[in-house]
Design a binder for this molecule. Structure first.
Ligand code: PDD
Length: 284
């Protein structure tokens, strides 16, 4: 049985409890982060901590503890649960209060939960070699997707629709342009140019995205941060997604049409290798 962290305590998962009045449960009034673990070490921890602070600030919540304390909890869970490769989830909600749309008094303690998921061979996912398929769906999420909230119903629906249509995931489209994947940022490659949507309120500011764009520039690719259409994606040489749980994951099919001949292309392969190498070196 896993050890999880709940509001200051490390407890067996079966004993972990959160109030039925928790605002995360009643209003999806909370944020989260996912940090991957490779070789027992945390990847891009600093970036995830910085984004957590920003998500909380945007919703008028304070950081519940120092970054160092947060790191210590992550590390203890990784050690106690013997995680070699896997993920650490961090969930922070506005806490438990009598049900009311208005926020409770700011002195209400936030709910802080962390748990691990073991994912042996996380960096050797078979799809990284064969590439994955996506279908396009309309983006029907709320307008502040730059805040990493726990409102994940639409992405769940998107994954289910992808599955029903025989694909691995979905890319969301708004005003004729791809915003992002259901749980990842989306990219296309044409020649030596990498295109991914610019940062704004329409997408999550991926931590993996920031690191991969740096690697791309180091590799001499031209990076264009701008909206792109599905038509442009269908005519691209390559496509891929990035996230903390998939790193750089090639996309070889969009709405049933092959991209790059249906094979994983050299740019995605090189970016994945270089990103994994650099982030393993910097892992904490
Ligand atoms: N998903 N866009 C969305 C909508 C996401 O949910 C995620 C992350 C990303 C990529 O962000 P990052 O590189 O910081 O992981 C982009 C996490 C992993 C999840 O599945 O919960």
């Amino acid at each position: 049985m896993r050890t999880v962290y709940v509001n200051g305590e490390f407890v067996p998962e079966a004993e972990a409890k959160v109030s039925v009045f928790d605002r995360g449960f009643l209003f999806a009034d909370g944020v989260y982060e996912v940090t991957s673990v490779l070789g027992g070490k945390l990847i891009d921890f600093e970036g995830h901590a910085v984004r957590l602070e920003r998500s909380l600030r945007e919703l008028g919540m304070a950081m519940p503890m120092s970054r160092d304390d947060l790191l210590a909890i992550h590390r203890r869970l990784v050690a106690e649960n013997g995680i070699e490769d896997g993920l650490v989830y961090l969930q922070v909600t506005r806490g438990a209060a009598d049900r009311d749309f208005a926020y409770p008094d700011p002195s209400t303690p936030l709910t802080v939960v962390l748990f691990t998921q073991a994912k042996p061979g996380l960096a050797d996912a078979p799809k990284a070699r064969t590439g994955m398929s996506v279908v396009s769906i309309p983006d029907r999420r709320w307008g502040r997707r730059d805040i990493k909230t726990v409102q994940l119903l639409y992405p769940s629906m998107g994954k289910m629709e992808a599955k029903a249509r025989g694909a691995d995931d979905a890319w969301m489209v708004e005003d004729g342009h791809v915003t992002e994947g259901t749980s990842n940022n989306a990219y296309i490659v044409k020649g030596d140019t990498l295109v991914t949507r610019h940062l704004g309120e329409e997408i999550l500011h991926g931590i993996t995205r920031a690191a991969v764009l740096k690697v791309a520039a180091e590799q001499g690719l031209t990076v264009e941060e701008r909206p792109f259409t599905l038509e442009e994606a269908l005519a691209a040489d390559e496509a891929f997604v990035t996230s903390a749980s998939t790193f750089v994951m090639p996309v070889v099919e969009i709405d049933g049409a092959s991209i790059g001949g249906g094979q994983v292309g050299p740019v995605a392969r090189r970016l994945r290798e270089a990103y994994l190498e650099e982030s393993r070196k910097a892992a904490v």
